[in-house]
Design a protein around this ligand. Sequence first.
Ligand code: EPU
Length: 428
Amino acid sequence: MNALLEPDEQLETIRVRGNGPLEGTVHVPGAKNSVLKLMATTILCDGAFELSNVPDIADVAIMGDLLAAIGVEMTRPGPGELVLVNTGKITPVAPYELVERIRASINVLGPLLTRCGEVRLSMPGGDDFGARPIDMHIAGLEAMGAEFKFSHGYLEARADRLHGADITFDFPSVGATENLMTAAVLADGVTTIDNAAREPEITDLCEFLVSMGAKIDGIGTPTLVIEGVEQSTLRPVRHQTVPDRIQAATYLAACSVAGGRLDIVGARADHMTMLLDRFANMGLDLTPTDTGIVVASDERPRSIDVATLPYPGIATDYKPLIITMLAVADGVGIVTENLYPGRFRYVEELQRLGADVRTSGHHAVIRGVPRLSGAPVKAHDIRAGAAMVVAGLAAEGETTISGIHHIDRGYDDLVGRLQAVGADIERD
Ligand code: EPU
């Protein structure tokens, strides 16, 4: 239960009835996992930042509340737009009530420490899929001269001025790459991050920082080289958020299980190369265009095997969608999870809809059935929730999804967008 939600919001549900092909145009908004980081990065310098292509999702509001407590005021001048005014009066404390609600709150650590020389941060919350440690964030910042202390649920860090360091990750962590990169922007000297994450959202953050005046080489590669600059040389900027590849994939999956033809405007095929390749193997007809991706499907999906990996591999966030597609595919598919061992919780919900899925350790074996059968199910996290909606499109009868505040954290009007292309779906 999310204590900060009203009881009515907890009780809201989405009802879906599988009613055949989808037809029309869907616009994909900006990426949650980029915009939240761009927002946190406005801590680095004073002035008014303007962000566009911002998704209308709950996590943006939560990050806005966290930044307001720190000293950055957020307004929404129009749909898809944010103005963030860094007042210069920064309080380097991230309180429990706000931090526990989203994982991305960890992204204030690097900017606060490098700008203020100290930070007090409650340990971050987020989705419920197993332990998500932050040891790599801490070790990297320690290598740059920070001293950490953990006390009464708060992480406290200090450093008069961080210095450059050579850091090699065991694993290309998205959050650790972002925190170290933003911290290194104001550090004394050059920081090299080897085996850095290179998701499109990281590249978006790099481009945002460079337009602010940061010096970063190796953007889009596993080796980022950041030369620290003086804070006075940074400036606030306007920036358009990169489109959300996970939301785009959700509409691809919806078309795969329901059939039909969708023009997914805003989707970046170049950010989804490996996934599109796998989806083509599953029988989707995919055409990248100047504005997005056109997808068509007139047959049952075919089964494939998939393993999740850091970018450019198949993202773990796609996995609940892929398992849902495999649940109604022709044949047997094996999905291997390499990032979050505990991220199979939604499988029991799919089983309630008649899916034949068995899990063992990091693996799921999915024997496709021709059709699922509607039932009440729960959304356990953002991506699992979206997968339940897609499963409802593949089911006979009615599927009722509860726990939809999880979906609202990352999806901008999923119900309205699917209604507009002919899905029988509503929010109660
Ligand atoms: N890890 C560590 N130590 C660390 C950092 C990470 O062991 O210091 C482990 C994690 O526990 C996890 C794995 O490494 O098992 C991946 O973590 P990573 O740091 O790469 O992910 P993240 O920054 O916590 C972001 C997204 C997730 C997405 C992952 C992987 C945000 C806010 N979250 O998380 O997105 O699954 O990258 O791509 O950007 C979502 O949007 O629903 C979501 C969960």
